[in-house]
Design a protein around this ligand. Sequence first.
Ligand code: NAD
Length: 495
Amino acid sequence: MSDIQKYKMLIDGKRVDASGGETFESMNPFTGKTWAVMPRGTREDADRAVAAAKKAFTSGEWPKLTATQRGHLLRKLGDLVAEHAESLAATEVRDNGKLLAEMGMQLKYVPQWYYYFGGLADKIEGAVTPIDKPEHFHYTRHEPLGVVAAITPWNSPLLLAAWKLAPALAAGNTIVLKPSEFTSASSLEYAALFEKAGFPPGVINVVTGYGHEIGAALTEHPDVDKITFTGGPETGKRVYATGASQLKRVSLELGGKSPNIVFDDCDMDNAVKGAISGIFAATGQTCIAGSRLLVQESIHDEFVEKLVTMARTAKMGDPMLMDTQVGPVTTVPQYEKILSYIDIAKGEGAEVRLGGAKATRAECGNGYFVEPTVFTGVNNAMRIAQEEVFGPVLSVIPFKDEEEAIQIGNDVVYGLAAGVWTQSIRRSFIMAEKLRAGSVWVNTYRAVSYMAPFGGYKQSGVGRENGQDAILEYMQTKSVWMSYATETANPFIMR
Ligand code: NAD
């Protein structure tokens, strides 16, 4: 038990255990062994963290800072993330099973969120209105909301935390961050950087524990002004309902069943790579996975052949090795869920063209691996085409023409993302307009940026992260009226 790492939460600038002293274990999905223990935060810990965030919002140094000074702190945090990128990446690989090759890239990129929103902090301007009332002056102010509860999933903890923290802090809010119980380690290590960057105690708090315990306690807390949640659709609906009961601001980034649409006028080699990156990158554990591959009938067989040939070469194994391409599934329940969806698809009559089972390759050791899987003969009404699997499982669906591609592409409850592969400019514009998704990629897939608004249509979410839209999700607009009339008008008449 001695080499098991013990983590603490961050509340009001102090490293603390859970109030009840309880912990839970975190598993390395490659070895299948426990490597760390985390505090199992309670309702009392949620209260303490929210109280600290509320105090930091209303008194002390934070509310006195100018927007420019907040921007400096954010940029300092970005520098510190860059400095600690390697060790944070290694922690994420151990805790989450993400590839070191991907985490190295991701953590080099994460600082950009702090630089961008640090720069934006002092550029959110109110307006002077040419108001229609004589002898009145009117202006608007954009003000922070207060205490933000930020709840993140297990698949990309630090990237998704940055998507929330950077705009929320730039806007002047204070935060309680709760990462997933499956991957809490990196967020707790991250916490060390907040103090180093110079954020006053209580401005950013990090608590850990189970969703139905401390997660629910945060969303129910009357002093939480805004919930920003990324996770599964069912949890998202529960969080939304809880927020609604107190009329809190809520933004949600939820699941997807994104169509990646290949037309017969595409560059086929590029489209094959796009299809593979859409579903097998990050072991398919991404909300934007292009899990429905719509292929035009005229090239269907040739395309599937090329796709399967390339996907078959994917190297699986230890995520710490730089040449591994497909790593383990992060959690045991997720591993079981993926295997059960493979059975569901088989039962529905889909044909396995690749994989279709757990991986038993020697290089996968005792880890939780699923073979990259390609199903053909899928129709869009099947469960495998309608429900989010969140794993390396691709459903290939044929279509006749543009109209049918749009109809099938949009025929799910989700609308997070869509890909289009074509060399036609006309078709690119039409598809970008007609697909009901928050992000549409043409001849590329999985591109995201701190500059580009990201979010869901339909049941994929509410609100936007990234880009200039994101900061306003953490602010509210105040209307200020001033009169310079020498005499106050008739008090019984509305002005
Ligand atoms: P999840 O919904 O199980 O958990 C997400 C977070 O919510 C965790 O921190 C969990 O502890 C917490 N939680 C659980 N129950 C709660 C409750 N009752 N009240 C408050 N918090 C609660 O999701 P997951 O399995 O961790 O993540 C996978 C899901 O996340 C997938 O559906 C995926 O599509 C989605 N996701 C979406 C995006 C996006 O930007 N749209 C990005 C990544 C992941």
